[in-house]
Design a binder for this molecule. Structure first.
Ligand SMILES: NC(=O)c1ccc[n+]([C@@H]2O[C@H](COP(=O)([O-])OP(=O)(O)OC[C@H]3O[C@@H](n4cnc5c(N)ncnc54)[C@H](O)[C@@H]3O)[C@@H](O)[C@H]2O)c1
Length: 367
């Protein structure tokens, strides 16, 4: 029997929202009925472009047909919007990070549990062909037992292209909270949860100058660390390092490499869905490029909430879960705490690795 797709409402129609409207073209289960924004003109434009209706946040939350709210607001609004949606009995999928603080993240997870609704969070790039292929390679033993990992996200910030980049330099922003979720979610997918971390953080520029068109020349006061280096002890025994920075003009380092007892794996950019994994097994004379074993190599942002809708219909856990996002949030805070306090931090949170996607899925399918 065909399951009636659950309808969705989008709150926050800014820069990233287009990716979700695009995903709705791939995943029939991602059925967007209404959109809302603090700025009604943005909601109206998004509704007109995407053949749905513009409403107020209040109207969206009061609509009994809407089962899932996509919370695409800026990080500091994530909690308030998510709690309102949960109170209205809606499942929520949030853009990353899940929330700004651990306390807010916990509040969200607890509220959803009490109400019997699901929480999901970006990123969902770990469900793409690149990371899923690497996961299969590791799980199938191609590099032996994983012993280490390194990850790098180095750039000079987003003020050269984002029309409203201020939030990247305020609480909830910074390179770790902005880009760390892609790298850490990929690492937890590949290696499992982390049990303790340490780290060092720095801020190289107290002020940034916006050079994107709308606000060209506007200064932004930097309130958060913009160069963050962390060390992670994974529960499986592997030791990982990660550096995220908005202070670096150029670098040649890889995105992610995983080292095992029988070889090394070069993992494609976890901010994208596809890419080319490379392997060098012990004794080999160089890297070999590997074909992707999984579907969704093209930009499929929105696959997370699509999976949530499919999971509700199938009665199985959703993959881009609140628990996974909370563990990642905990790791990111722990790097900053470790630096501030000069110590290792044992993590209180943990999570299950999200279930792998099957190989050979047809476009639009998740099971
Ligand atoms: N822009 C990107 O490339 C990108 C990529 C990945 C993830 N994200 C994440 O997506 C989220 C949104 O980023 P963005 O770049 O689209 O930001 P944005 O500033 O372009 O858009 C955010 C929108 O949310 C609206 N909004 C804010 N508070 C609200 C509230 N309380 N109720 C209703 N609407 C509200 C704003 O009016 C705005 O239209 C962030 O969490 C960001 O980390 C952005």
């Amino acid at each position: 029997m065909a399951v009636k797709p659950v309808k969705m409402g989008v709150i926050g129609c800014g820069a990233i929202s287009g990716a979700y409207f695009n995903a709705a073209k791939t995943f029939p289960v991602l059925n967007i009925k209404s959109v809302a924004d603090l700025d009604p003109a943005r909601a109206k434009a998004a509704a007109e472009a995407n053949n749905c209706q513009a409403v107020s946040v209040k109207e969206l939350l009061a609509d009994p047909e809407i089962g899932i709210v996509l919370n695409l607001t800026i990080p500091k609004a994530h909690l308030e919007v998510a709690l309102a949606a949960i109170k209205a009995g809606k499942h929520v999928h949030a853009e990353k990070p899940l929330a700004c603080s651990r306390a807010d993240g916990k509040k969200l997870i607890d509220a959803a549990k009490a109400k019997g609704v699901l929480v999901g969070s970006a990123p969902d790039t770990f469900m793409g062909a690149g990371i899923q292929t690497c996961r299969k390679l590791i799980d199938d033993g191609w590099i032996g037992k994983p012993i280490g990992a390194q990850a790098f996200m180095l750039c000079h910030g987003h003020e050269s292209w984002h029309p409203d980049p201020e939030f990247y330099y305020k609480v909830g922003g910074g390179p770790m909270f902005d880009m760390g979720p892609y790298y850490l979610t990929a690492l937890v997918t590949l290696l499992g949860p982390v049990k303790r971390v340490t780290g060092s953080t720095g801020m190289s520029f107290a002020e940034r100058t916006i050079t994107s068109e709308k606000k060209f020349g506007t200064k932004v006061e930097v309130e958060v660390p913009t160069h963050v280096a962390g060390v992670m002890d994974f529960a499986n025994g592997a030791i990982g390092t990660i550096t995220t920075s908005f202070d670096v003009w150029a670098a040649e380092v890889p995105r992610i490499e995983i080292f095992g007892t029988e070889g090394s794996l070069s993992v494609p950019d976890p901010n994208n869905f596809g890419g080319t994994p490379k392997i060098q097994r012990m004794g080999a004379k160089g890297w070999s490029e590997l074909p992707l074993t999984h579907s969704y190599a093209e930009n499929s942002r929105g696959i997370g909430p699509a999976d949530m809708a499919a999971a509700i219909a199938a009665g199985r856990p959703h993959r881009a879960s609140g628990e996974l996002a909370y563990h990642v949030l905990d790791i990111m805070h722990a790097f900053h705490d470790a630096s501030d306090e000069g110590r290792h931090v044992e993590l209180e949170s943990t999570c299950e690795r999200p279930a792998p996607l099957p190989t050979g899925l047809l476009k639009g399918m998740l099971d």
